[in-house]
Write a protein that binds this ligand. Structure first.
Ligand code: FAD
Length: 309
């Protein structure tokens, strides 16, 4: 980023902004180089003003949620990373409808719902991202997806229009939300059903228990590296190519869960990239299946996970 552009942002940004900010601490993988600029809008008006500035200056930008589904390159991101906070992380309730800011933790959404005896979000318990990030990829687990309870969501389009999209028009699918991909996700509303506190909490505890039993939560990771291929499981395919225990540098396919690669010991992004490529190649060579990434690469020049197919 040009110094003059950087200085204009540092001077005129409507919110807290810093230069050369290490991104690893903002990711669940604990991997990645710095952002040239890191901005933290805490209100809708700050966010909109910041997005205008970004458009006027024509700099690359990346909208960061809670960093639990991304792999940031070792070089970092040579643009501006936007991470909402403050008012944009608020959750409110009106009867059986929850309204959430994009930066609210999914944990906050699920526990808030449970506290108010509202059922419908229990399967999301323990997913460590934000509501905005969850909607962007239609996060889900144990038979439920965030889109199941969604009524509508406010977004900012690439032309700076603020519009409301109904859940049905977004085209949600398995870990996909096509109409949201090029938009900034703002407040969203969820319709929930009245339930009993006991049964909601007991279902949440059941889901948490399953996660603790099956997932290598003691190591940094970004959750499932690959999407589930049609009619199969990435974990099963990886096991079948003797993927468990494979280690490249500090990145490893753990024995506990073949689908969740871990930062075992000070892994670099390059270690993870090489591990993903190695495993994708093995699965492709044996089964002819090209595993699709669930984790989004950020700050790489080309698709870092591409293999010979
Ligand atoms: C241990 C572990 C377990 C996990 N288990 C699951 C699971 O069971 N099911 C599941 O689906 N996922 C799971 N994940 C992955 C991850 O938690 C979810 O995908 C989560 O929804 C990502 O949200 P985030 O805020 O961290 O997004 P980030 O990783 O910060 O970003 C992901 C993408 O969303 C975009 N984005 C984020 N916020 C916005 C916004 N407001 N507007 C526009 N774009 C935005 C980003 O630009 C990026 O492209 C797991 C991760 C970990 C580490």
């Amino acid at each position: 980023m040009q110094t003059a552009v950087r200085d204009r942002f540092l001077k005129h940004a409507p919110c807290r902004i810093s230069a050369d900010v290490p991104l690893a601490p903002y990711t669940s993988f604990k991997i990645g180089g710095p952002a040239a600029l890191f901005a933290e809008p805490s209100t809708l008006s700050e966010l909109r003003e910041l997005l205008n500035l970004i458009r006027n200056e024509a700099v690359d930008s990346f909208y960061l949620g809670h960093g639990s589904n991304i792999l940031i390159s070792d070089e970092g991101f040579n643009g501006i990373v936007v991470r909402s906070c403050g008012e944009l992380a608020a959750v409110k309730i009106h009867n059986n409808i929850l309204e959430s800011g994009p930066a609210a933790k999914l944990l906050k959404l699920t526990t808030f719902a449970a506290f108010h005896e509202l059922s419908g979000l229990e399967p999301l318990s323990g997913i460590p991202g934000s509501v905005g990030g969850g909607l962007w990829m239609n996060a889900g687990a144990y038979g439920g997806e965030i889109s199941n309870a969604l009524i509508d969501v406010d977004v900012i389009t690439p032309n700076d229009e603020m519009i409301t999209l109904q859940a049905a028009e977004i085209g949600f699918g398995y870990r996909s939300a096509p109409l949201l991909q090029d938009k900034v996700i703002l407040h969203s509303r969820f319709k929930l059903a009245r339930g009993s506190k006991d049964s909601i909490y007991s279902e949440m505890r059941r889901v948490w228990r399953l996660r603790r039993e099956k997932q290598p939560l003691e190591y940094p990771s970004a959750g499932s590296i690959f999407k589930r291929p049609a009619g199969d499981y990435a974990g099963r395919l990886i096991e079948a190519v003797n993927g468990k225990g494979v280690r490249i540098g500090g990145a490893m396919v753990p024995h506990k869960h073949a689908g969740i690669f871990i930062n075992y010991d000070h892994a670099t992004a390059e270690d993870v990239v090489q591990l993903i490529r190695e495993i994708r190649q093995r699965v492709y060579d044996k089964f002819g299946i090209l595993l699709e990434n669930e984790v989004k690469p950020v700050g790489f020049k080309n698709d870092p996970f591409e293999i010979k197919s």
